[in-house]
Design a binder for this molecule. Structure first.
Ligand code: FES
Length: 117
């Protein structure tokens, strides 16, 4: 599947190891997690009730624990450990010359997703 890569931030903006941080790119809220130096990007809205993962989720190894109701997701696969029907949407991450990019699928499936307020 082809991807369109968008600039998200610089390396200076990367969250600390074991943390996530929310970014808005092209109207889409995403979260970048730093798993021991490897960056992973997902949708920021928790698939359960759409609370921001960047504003309270924690990492326990590869497992994201949402701060709202403590649902757990595998950061690498996107699998939801509570209910496989609610996977985390994942996106490829690239780095070039100190800039971080995230790829969105170029198939018309991206819709604007926001977190609950
Ligand atoms: S909104 Fe994340 S577990 Fe409920």
């Amino acid at each position: 599947m082809p991807f369109l890569f968008y600039e998200v931030c610089t390396e200076d903006d990367i969250p600390d190891v074991g943390r996530g941080k929310r970014f808005e790119v092209e109207g889409y809220d995403l979260c970048i997690f730093n798993l021991n130096g490897t960056l992973h990007a997902s949708g920021d809205a928790c698939p359960h009730e759409r609370v921001s993962l960047g504003d309270g989720a924690t990492l326990d190894g590869e497992i994201i624990v949402c701060g709202a109701h403590r649902w757990e997701f595998n950061l690498v696969s996107g699998e939801c450990l509570e209910d496989p029907a609610f996977p985390l949407r994942k996106f490829p991450v690239g780095r070039k010359d100190g800039v971080i990019y995230v790829g969105f699928p170029d198939d018309g499936t991206m819709e604007t997703e926001t977190v609950a307020s």
